[in-house]
Design a protein around this ligand. Structure first.
Ligand code: DX5
Ligand code: ZN
Length: 220
């Protein structure tokens, strides 16, 4: 298991002051920026694209940017996020015609690649590609919105992927996304996650540093 990473989801940030709010959450102890891309097609919501990512880089955001693509098709737009300054790009297997090709496309563009599992997506999508991945993302809500409740079945899925990653002997991160809070993060870490996305729990709090501090203390 790798050192824990807390990735605030800027889906819950103040979009009218996105640069400022992102810098603030990083200064408060966030490790990565989780960047949710929704297309009103693969998921029923619409958020931000490569131009916004580039604007954050131009503003001076230097932390790793963890792009979570909830878009279909994936291949046409993924390289644009790499060009805009993404560090890691994750996508949903159902949204890609050729999962192996999409992973290659992301890596050729110079980014790390992740595969995302919805609550009802079976883990056998990992069978032939695990060794090519840098990250596996387990959704603990159905994608599309911030502020939803953590689905407890995600814990068993995390335990299963933890075993697959450990058996592979590779340094693949195990990320969790949806309904993560200071209250449930210890149980989520115990199930094997090492990378934690949190949106509303952080941006909805009056003091970002205090929530992030609580989360870090809970995962040790
Ligand atoms: C949901 C997004 C999440 C979202 C999490 O589709 O992928 O990253 O921002 O928000 P919270 O932490 O509020 O559940
Ligand atoms: Zn996300």
């Amino acid at each position: 298991k790798q050192s824990p990473v807390i990735a605030p989801s800027i889906l819950s940030a103040d979009f009218a002051r996105l640069g400022e709010d992102t810098a603030k959450v990083l200064a408060a102890g966030g490790d990565w920026v989780h960047f949710d891309v929704m297309d009103n097609h693969y998921v029923p919501n619409l958020t931000m694209g490569p131009m916004v990512l580039k604007a954050l880089r131009d503003y001076g955001i230097a932390a790793p940017i963890d792009v979570h693509l909830m878009v279909k098709p994936v291949d046409r737009i993924a390289p644009d996020f790499a060009k805009a300054g993404a560090s890691l790009i994750s996508f949903h297997p159902e949204a890609s015609e050729h999962v192996d090709r999409t992973i290659g496309l992301i890596k050729d563009a110079g980014c790390q690649a992740g595969l995302v599992f919805n609550p009802a997506t079976p883990l056998n999508w990992l069978d032939h590609v695990l060794d090519k991945l840098d990250l596996v993302l387990i959704m603990s809500v159905n994608p599309g919105f911030g502020g939803q409740k953590f689905i407890p079945e995600a814990l068993e899925k995390l335990r299963r992927v933890r075993r697959l990653i450990d058996d592979s002997g590779r340094s693949i991160r195990l990320e969790v996304d949806g309904g993560v809070s200071a209250e449930n993060i210890a149980a989520i870490a115990a199930a094997g996650a090492d990378t934690f996305v949190a949106g509303s729990a952080i941006f909805g709090a009056p003091d970002y540093a205090s929530v992030i501090g609580k989360m870090r203390a809970a995962i040790g």
